[in-house]
Design a protein around this ligand. Structure first.
Ligand code: AOS
Ligand code: ZN
Ligand code: ZN
Length: 392
């Protein structure tokens, strides 16, 4: 066990200031291609999604931003949405574009050889930038479903060229304080080749844009067995790790609660973040969730996920650095690994309960939310909640 008083003031500050951004779509209904199960009380519009996100922040004290998805969260009045969020103690974060749910994008969006369709996809991003200007968002996140299913279907090279040109036009429309965050994913919906399949492609594409081009690492977007923490360090070293989309996977892009499938992997990722000095809120790395709660209640699912990241972070912070440095210098493999495992196996939950008490929130966020009566209230008030997406 470890107590808050065991931490250095710097460790204490980092833990206390850590924030996680919530995805609006996690509050909507979602499912697989087989079935979407609804949850009573699901939000019917972006205002209700914001209200639910504010609840997660109220009980965890660490999720003060919510990402929007355009057009799923399209509204007439973004300044009202912004004011509503602020009134509830949160802000509107990253804006996610969507160029994967329109018939026109069947053969690609920003990579499409048809000028009309490519124009439409670029314009959809320019619209997202207009939204960002109203919501006060500083990041445009782009994930593309673009790719092909069969060799010969299209030229991989030509598509990379069109992608670069499209991104350059979008990047040029960003304000000086806005970033372009490009997300990669190795497959799905395309099965032969994907146009942004890996961190190398994403990195090359954003480096060609300029300093405000960064990469989003979604933990579920890698082949099984990939050493994700290695990629984290590579992107940090390049100064281009813009954000995480945290979630868990057992198979592919499962979008399950982060820390549910492999808490040790999450710990190893946070360990790279901590040792690189990238936990600080000014590091430029945004810690976001990208999850879908198909079976579980959505707000409790988001609360559990935030707490899982917080626990992994605390464990990454309490590693005995001095002993580890000595073991590494001595090439004492067993000792070094033992020190890391000691931290991972430490129960940090009582310390985090202390941290919450210090912030004036309930030490048990999950239980406190269930006791609050909010779920019962929205189940009664909201009828016919919104679907988030297919396997987002
Ligand atoms: C898709 O697989 C990606 O993970 C996206 O980050 C994300 O889920 C999407 O923007 C929501 O549609
Ligand atoms: Zn994602
Ligand atoms: Zn995904």
């Amino acid at each position: 066990m470890v107590a808050l008083s065991d931490l250095t003031p710097e460790q204490h500050r980092l833990l206390s200031e850590q924030t996680i951004e919530l995805p609006s779509w996690a509050f909507g209904n979602s499912g697989t291609r087989f079935k979407v199960y609804g949850t009573p009380g699901t939000p019917r519009d972006p205002f209700e999604k914001v209200a639910d996100a504010a609840q997660v922040n109220r009980f965890t004290g660490m999720t003060p931003r919510v990402s929007l998805h355009i057009p799923w969260d399209e509204t007439e009045d973004y300044s009202k949405l912004r004011a509503d969020a602020e009134e509830q103690g949160i802000s509107l974060g990253t804006i996610n574009s969507n160029v994967f749910q329109d018939e026109d994008y069947k053969y690609g969006s920003l990579t499409n050889s048809d000028d009309r369709i490519r124009r439409k996809a670029i314009d959809a991003h320019l619209h997202c930038i207009e939204v960002m200007n109203q919501t006060g968002s500083d990041t445009l996140k782009i994930w593309l479903g673009d790719g092909t299913n069969y060799p010969g279907q299209d030229s991989i090279n030509a598509r990379q060229g069109r992608l670069a040109e499209s991104l350059a036009e979008i990047y040029a429309a960003l304000g000086p304080d806005q970033r372009l965050l490009l997300e990669y994913k190795f497959f799905e919906p395309a099965f032969y080749h994907t146009d942004v399949p890996d961190w190398g492609t994403a990195l090359l594409q954003v480096m060609a844009l300029g300093d405000r081009g960064v990469v989003c690492l979604d933990t579920g977007h890698h082949a099984p067995g990939t050493n994700i923490e290695f990629i984290v360090t590579q992107l940090l070293r390049a100064g281009r790790l813009g954000a995480f989309d945290f979630n868990s996977r057992f198979y592919a892009d499962d979008d399950l609660m982060v820390g549910a499938a492999d808490p040790f992997q999450l710990f190893r990722i946070m360990r790279e973040i901590v040792t690189y000095g990238a936990l600080d809120k000014n590091s430029g790395v945004n810690f976001m969730l990208d999850q879908c709660h198909n079976l579980e209640e959505k707000i409790p699912g988001e609360i559990r996920s935030a707490l899982n990241v917080q626990e992994a972070t605390a464990k990454a912070l309490i590693v005995d650095e001095e002993a580890l440095a000595k073991a590494q210098a001595d090439h004492d493999v067993m000792a070094a690994n033992g020190i890391i495992m000691d931290a991972f196996n430490t129960d940090v939950r009582p310390m985090l309960a202390e941290l919450r008490a210090e912030k004036g929130i309930d030490p048990d966020p999950y239980g406190a939310f269930l006791r609050s009566g909010y779920l019962e209230k929205i189940r009664e008030e909201r009828v016919g909640g919104q679907q988030a997406s297919w396997g987002a």
